[in-house]
Design a protein around this ligand. Sequence first.
Ligand SMILES: Nc1ncnc2c1ncn2[C@@H]1O[C@H](COP(=O)(O)OP(=O)(O)OP(=O)(O)O)[C@@H](O)[C@H]1O
Ligand SMILES: [Mg+2]
Length: 243
Amino acid sequence: MTPIVRIEGVVAGYGAGDILKGVDLEVERGTVTCLIGPNGAGKSTVLKTVSGLLRPSKGHVYLEDQEIDRLSPKARLLLGIVHVPQERSLFPNMTVLDNLLMGGYAIKDAGLIRKRVAEAMEAFPICRDRTHAHAGSLSGGEQKQVELARTLVLDPKVILLDEPSIGLDPKSRGLVFASITQLAATGRTVVLVEQNARSGLAVADQGAVLESGRVRLRASGRELLDDPEVARLYLGGHSVPQS
Ligand SMILES: Nc1ncnc2c1ncn2[C@@H]1O[C@H](COP(=O)(O)OP(=O)(O)OP(=O)(O)O)[C@@H](O)[C@H]1O
Ligand SMILES: [Mg+2]
């Protein structure tokens, strides 16, 4: 099966030396892949080379066999790649509804935007409950739900999520991870970066450990969780037996 996303020999950085030093990664359609690794390893940078915020100096990124690494972020958005950054990204002074409508800014067909917004509200009930509230008045966890809902307005193939659970209380975190599972169940492909590596790997089909700009380890989420060496180095302690 052709992977939906293929990253091949990607070298990239921000001017002062390479951060990614030859990253190879394949992501299968309809799966969740979780990238873990120490701070500064280049996890967010990998997502940026896929969404187009950063162009690799070497190597290539493919979406379903199409080379996309020279395309603009907007062109990649229209091909179905959305990126939810680590920072909060809603417009705080706009309502939840207006934020969702903004999610469709790259789409010309207003009817289609309305239809997709309705579907997104269906999938994320918080959007229905708080339709007319200012996004900035929602809790961090609620805002993250709205951010995830907003991605659906583009009917994305690939959703790149950078630290979606950061700063959230345990209940909101649980909701976010449940939403991620649900996104994959509806055929979307999710690439997730997580500091809460245990929770991230637990919802992931595939995991990858990034270190010093290279993929060091590649295995299923479960295998990485069960690997004592991974647990010691990246999960802050011992592996947890399978329940
Ligand atoms: N816009 C930028 N300009 C210059 N350097 C940057 C920029 N963004 C990231 N870097 C540097 O690139 C390296 C990798 O950063 P990146 O954000 O990809 O790491 P990360 O694995 O996501 O880390 P974290 O777990 O802390 O989020 C770091 O040394 C960082 O300082
Ligand atoms: Mg990061």
